[in-house]
Design a protein. Sequence first.
Length: 339
Amino acid sequence: MDRSSHPRSRRFAPVVAVAAAAALTLAGCSSSSGGKKSEEGAANASAGKATTPRMTVALVTHQAPGDTFWDTVRKGAEAAAAKDNIKLVYSADPNAGNQANLVQNAIDQKVDGIAVTLAKPDALKGVIGKAEKAGIPVVGLNSGLSDWKNLNLLEFFGQDESVAGEAFGKKLNEVGAKKVLCVMQEQGNVGLTQRCDGVAKTFEGKVDPQNVNGTDMPSVKSTITAKLKQDPSIDYVVTLGAPFALTAVQSVGDAGSKAKVATFDLNKDLIKAIKDDSIQFAVDQQPYLQGYLAVDGLWLYKNNGNYSGGGEQPVLTGPAFVDKSNVDKIGEFAAKGTR
């Protein structure tokens, strides 16, 4: 794609992302054979069913094996793909170099659009530039809010991790926490670093960062347990993903600690833990919405020339707190695997 034709190279005032929200009203799935010409996409949008030509979209994330958070992202992406007559190709690797290779594979396959996470944006800069030169629109989701514009992406859908961290720190002040262990499951992931840094910015107590190997849950458990035994003054364990929160609960028990656990992100098992007070609260960034809007955004761009945020502003999907006050309602959706 020539930079002069890319919407990020034009001048636009920031706008509210109405187009993507409106697309949520579409329902159903068309046949895989496609239908009317793409220039008729705007007319088709109001019909409630996509009959636009078949598209292929690659969703490339930094998912680590066993991290159920990404199952929810993928479900949202699949729902949008089914509605929009899109063939969705999903791939993932937590290693940034390998993730870049997966993006290159999508380029080689001549997909119609790419949705990518930017946990380590520097490693993906070159291959994203190749996608642009190949005329393939790229949107970002989940990780990379600070870098998507610099990388010339079309749109970004996710949470401002610094803002989420700051809100988390304030919540810890409200519950009377004094010393926090902030567990980071992937060293070098900018989004995770921003979360812990955000907590430290607003939390009035002390934050002790702790790196763990998120791909080895027994190791995560033993590392947290050892830290709690070593420092009994830790009264809150903050994890940056739902599976790690549930493991931290086990570590608290093994260490004989009185520390409580709170976390970023959500899944159906975490809902149960909030209900029984094993987990105090969680920050939900709505991963289903991230996957849905990223895929739907590419369809809207191809078929109606839309780009949420005008190419200047991200579409924020969080943060929102889940605790005893609202867990029952949100739990209804989490049980379906969509929150």
